[in-house]
Design a protein around this ligand. Structure first.
Ligand code: G3P
Length: 217
């Protein structure tokens, strides 16, 4: 399973990238707003830090304008992945971009039929939003499961990128179902490593080690 971080905060990205555990980054207009930085500048900087795909979202809603913005974003770096919304114009842009060899992330997916269309349009990634479905009382994980079945039925290459991840349990459930990628906020990503028994066990080991008076090396 690949791990992407869902942020445009360059210092968080640098810190996580240094662990060697990061496979990519996803951004969106809200995350760019949070960063307080110009989209082209911050996206370029992220692309220089991370080798894997960096999703940068178009903000146009009409096909021709989406394509114009996609060309500008693509110029930034080899590893830019163009993010388009799951609308008919977005799907048309996805088809055109993927046919010209570009990586495309189709975002704002809330149904299995939407995911089916994205795969037919040649999407590299489909981004179903788990947390936002949960917010409405619908089980977001059920959608991941449905998409997994449909993509496997037809051997689609499109990767399921579980998005709008809010908890460590979301990550575990997505992994159990077989999502290809999770994009996770930095705080959730870091808390995946945490367990109170790990802390307690380490404390005890270190206390006993101190009693030995030894040193390694
Ligand atoms: O990758 C999409 C994600 O950023 C949306 O997350 O928490 O705003 O629903 P959220």
């Amino acid at each position: 399973m690949k791990f992407f971080v869902d942020t445009a905060d360059v210092s968080e990205i640098r810190e996580l990238s240094d662990t060697g555990l990061l496979d990519g980054v996803t951004t969106n207009p809200s995350l760019i707003m949070k960063s307080g930085r110009p989209i082209l500048e911050v996206t370029k900087e992220i692309c220089d830090i991370v080798d894997g795909p960096v999703s940068a979202e178009v903000t146009a809603v009409e096909f021709n304008e989406m394509m114009r913005e996609a060309d500008i974003l693509s110029e930034l770096a080899e590893n830019v992945c163009i993010k388009v919304p799951l609308t008919m114009d977005g799907l048309k842009a996805c088809k055109a971009l993927s046919s010209s060899g570009r990586k495309v992330n189709v975002t704002l997916c809330f149904s299995a039929n939407q995911a089916l269309l994205a795969a037919k349009a040649g999407a590299t990634f489909i981004s179903p939003f788990i947390g936002r479905l949960d917010d409405t009382g619908i089980d977001g994980m059920e959608l991941i499961s449905e998409i997994r079945t449909i993509y496997d039925n037809y051997d689609f290459d499109t990767e399921i990128l579980a998005a709008s991840i809010r908890t460590t349990n979301h990550v575990k459930q997505a992994a159990l179902i077989g999502a290809d990628v999770v994009t996770v906020p930095p705080a959730v990503l870091k808390s995946l490593a945490k367990h109170p028994l790990t802390d307690k066990g380490l404390e005890a080991f270190l206390a006993d080690w101190a009693k030995t008076g030894q040193k390694i090396g």
